[in-house]
Design a binder for this molecule. Sequence first.
Ligand SMILES: Nc1ncnc2c1ncn2[C@@H]1O[C@H](COP(=O)(O)OP(=O)(O)O)[C@@H](O)[C@H]1O
Ligand SMILES: [Mg+2]
Length: 341
Amino acid sequence: MISIQNVRKIFPSKQGHLKAVDDVDLEIHEGEIFGIIGYSGAGKSTLIRMLNGLELPTEGTVNVAGREISKVKGKELRKARQEISMIFQHFNLLWSRTVSENIAFPLEIAGVPASQRKKRVEELIKLVGLEGRENAYPSQLSGGQKQRVGIARALANNPKVLLCDEATSALDPQTTDSILDLLVDINKRLGLTIVLITHEMHVIRKICHRVAVMESGRIVELGPVLDVFRNPQAPITKRFVQQVTEPEETKDTVEHLLERYHSGLVIQLTFIGESAQQPVITKLIRRHHVTVNILQGKISQTRSGSYGTLFIHLDGEQDEINKAVDFIRSQQVGAEVITNV
Ligand SMILES: Nc1ncnc2c1ncn2[C@@H]1O[C@H](COP(=O)(O)OP(=O)(O)O)[C@@H](O)[C@H]1O
Ligand SMILES: [Mg+2]
């Protein structure tokens, strides 16, 4: 569906040339929700803007839905942009137009007759859950509602690809979740390919099938979301995964704990996929003569399973502790001894 080959984007700057995107190769499949994560300045927006011709690559080719986007111009480019639409962090709505009129706008541009426009707008209002708000102006809407208008407008001309540039970054966590649910719903119902960029791992883990991690214009890691959670390679990926799997205070707490316990073991358990659903701790307590203190933990759901970490303290006879650790490992749960106090 989307094929990016040897793409570079260089901007002239005072200090010479700035490589915003540096030698990127990427294939995105039809019907996929593909996430690109990176910190500010990584080159995410530049990359996604090359997918609908808002930026041209300095080198390389970009193919989307059978078109070489980096080559098309004029009328052909306008047609391509109807098939590859986009939503933005700050919604980019027309403030003097109502909800309905905003959604109708791309239909007007495409020359759709008024009667058909009306019908299509009604469908879209329903699809994004804005019934009753048709005649409101953007200033009268909440952030989540504004993004729903943005999504409806982006879907007006039945695109094949939806590009989302930090589409939830201006929203609070609850509203973010409701917009992400809407994107999953649209992806399933319409079979739409979605490419989204974000700096939040929560967004990736909640809805993406695959993820690419971007740093300094390059893709440093790529894979199915659960695989990347399970086995992050690059240091930056590890940091992103920690955003959702480890509570921020973990390090402090563990150091604190080491001071508190003078016997036994502190162990970090890693749960992946199926194992996160099993009652490992219950079994551990029933089968082994050890005392178990649960210290700290966090489990996150991804689309294809769970991932999480749990810190526990085991105490008892050394022999029993060893057996308990073996038992944990036999349950397909990662167990790393943090300290042997
Ligand atoms: N039009 C432009 N002209 C010059 N430099 C730009 C332009 N657009 C982006 N850049 C630079 O390219 C780099 C990547 O920017 P961007 O793609 O916006 O990153 P991100 O979306 O990951 O925050 C940044 O250093 C940014 O300043
Ligand atoms: Mg950006």
